[in-house]
Design a protein around this ligand. Structure first.
Ligand code: AMP
Ligand code: ZN
Length: 113
């Protein structure tokens, strides 16, 4: 499939993998927007959060638990972080394979740009 994250999952293109299990992979974002900028990606190719349903919703629990674990490992659990899911064109989504940005290591402004 012509999907950059599927290619990373299938090891067809390189990435800095910080976590991997049967269902999930986490990598360093290639264009980091914060000192810590990870992408938490389900291995199943779901286009966006809009494809979550009763059959696959358990992946959300897995991702939240992975975000907690990685926040601890990257020392941003106490200072805080932002977990972001851009969705669709207005949401700023550029890769149509569901992923969660885990951003930390600096103060995050609100509202986002
Ligand atoms: P979004 O704009 O929310 O769809 O996020 C896509 C993210 O994927 C962006 O932050 C990109 O920097 C990142 N990205 C795109 N291609 C790669 C890649 N090959 N390796 C790592 N991160 C990537
Ligand atoms: Zn994909």
């Amino acid at each position: 499939m012509d999907c950059v994250f599927c290619k990373i999952i299938n090891k067809e293109i390189p990435a800095k993998i910080v976590y991997e299990d049967e269902d999930l992979i986490a990598i360093n974002d290639a264009n980091p927007q914060a000192p810590i900028h990870l992408l938490l990606i389900p291995k199943q190719h779901l286009k966006s959060i809009m494809e979550i349903n009763d059959e696959n919703a358990q992946i959300l629990e897995q991702i939240i638990k992975l975000a907690q674990k990685l926040a601890g490992e990257f020392w941003i659990d106490e200072k805080g972080f932002r977990l972001v899911v851009n969705t669709g064109n207005d949401g700023g989504q550029t890769v149509p394979h569901l992923h969660f940005h885990l951003l930390g290591g600096r103060f995050m402004k609100w509202p986002p740009g």
